[in-house]
Design a protein around this ligand. Structure first.
Ligand SMILES: *Cc1c(COP(=O)(O)O)cnc(C)c1O
Length: 383
């Protein structure tokens, strides 16, 4: 048995990334300096969005975006069942109610037909999650949103560089959120960004990331004045120049890394086929998948083993599979506070019993992939 652990995801930091960071450490701006705007401009250019606001995490970015949409007590916001907690928590943090909606059984993306059943007079927005790196069907989402007058916030933390019908994430929703946590496509250690084509949203988010203050430190020092105004609630959600220098350097490698992720996904798809006990998720027509995750479903009935047994056996062989995610409606907080319940999202709950995220990251080698598929084969034939 090979004892080196293959994790499900990992970052890649090169000598050039480190040099870029060190240059900032030797400069006079560690935070709120020129690298922040440079990183924002680079991500705006990459995604094709007009404005970008960089913050300290993807979670902070979601909070900023939900604030820009004016979410307040009494508002309902539709979120998919299969996502990370931060997608729903940004709504709860503003006093709104996250309404958990089921996913489509084949793609595990929010089920647009289900959305309509949950729209009420209080619904203000839909948060679309591009699960695993596959963009949602934004044509259908916009149709529903337009019909009911809803905003669309894209949680594209899995989908930097993905496209729907040739249009990149960042241009598919009113606001789009990215994360630069080390497990995501590019990293700043911790970090996040919101992109939008709306100047007013961008302005609100710049204020929100800095205590609700209308002029930033840089502007104040130029104007030589101590006066500032707190126009509304806000926090310190700023990102440092140190992090942004890393982000700029990483962004230059994104396209190559995306190509490698797609190549790895191709190897897995070939290895598993379409009729076996390990079933890759459906990829819709017109989608350029970003493969943040490589998610498969285990046909647990055909196999007569549980996902937990397969997961454990993989771990014992040094393969760090993972599970994304326990459905939100099964989490105590959303049950206790918002009345979510088991049985609310049958497709997500059934999928959850079978999900496995297999290792995928740019430096994963052909031998690593071979080890993952061979180990899975031997586990499934042993049990
Ligand atoms: C990673 C992630 C977040 C949160 O991002 P952080 O940078 O870790 O705060 C939010 N939503 C989804 C879907 C994510 O994958």
């Amino acid at each position: 048995m090979n004892s080196t652990l293959i994790p499900y995801g990992r970052h890649q930091v090169g000598a050039d990334d480190i040099e870029a960071v060190v240059r900032v450490l030797n400069s006079s701006w560690l935070t709120t300096g020129p690298k922040v705007a440079e990183f924002e401009n680079a991500v705006a250019a990459y995604t094709g969005a007009k404005y970008a606001v960089a913050v300290s995490s993807g979670t902070a970015a979601l909070h900023c975006a939900a604030y820009a949409l004016g979410i307040e007590p009494g508002d309902e916001v539709i979120v998919p069942a299969l996502t990370f907690a931060a997608t729903a928590n940004c709504v709860a943090a503003l006093g709104g109610t996250p309404v958990v909606v089921d996913v489509h059984p084949e793609t595990l993306l929010i089920d647009v037909a289900e959305i309509q059943k949950h729209v009420t007079a209080r619904t203000k927005a839909i948060i679309a999650v591009d699960y695993a790196g596959q963009p949602c069907n934004y044509d259908m989402l916009h149709e529903v949103a337009d019909r009911y007058g809803l905003h669309i916030l894209a949680d594209a933390c899995h989908a930097l560089g993905a496209c729907f019908n040739g249009v990149r994430t960042g241009q598919l929703a009113d606001l789009t959120v990215f994360s630069f946590h080390p497990v995501k496509h590019i990293t700043t250690g911790e970090g996040g960004m919101v992109v939008t084509n709306h100047a007013r949203y961008a302005e609100m988010m710049r204020r929100f990331r800095n205590h609700g203050i209308t002029a930033d430190h840089h502007q104040r020092s130029q104007e030589n004045t101590w006066h500032y105004e707190v126009a509304d609630i806000g926090f310190n959600y700023r990102i440092t120049d140190i992090q942004c220098a890393l982000g700029i350097s990483q962004l230059g490698k994104l396209d190559g890394w995306l190509a490698r992720r797609r190549e790895i996904a191709g190897y897995y798809a070939d290895a598993f086929g379409t009729a076996g006990a390990i079933r890759p998720l459906k990829v819709s027509q017109g989608v350029d998948h970003a493969y943040h995750l490589y998610v498969v479903r285990l046909d647990t009935e055909q196999l007569s083993v549980s996902r937990a047994e397969v997961f454990q056996a993989l771990r014992e062989s040094g393969i760090g599979a993972n599970v994304h995610y326990p459905p939100l409606n099964l989490q105590p907080y959303y049950q206790n506070r918002f009345g979510a319940y088991r049985g609310q999202c049958p497709a997500a709950e059934a999928a959850y019993e079978q999900l496995l995220s297999l290792p995928i990251y740019p430096s994963l080698t052909a031998q690593d992939i071979e080890r993952v598929t061979a180990t899975l084969d031997s586990i499934l034939s042993d049990i």
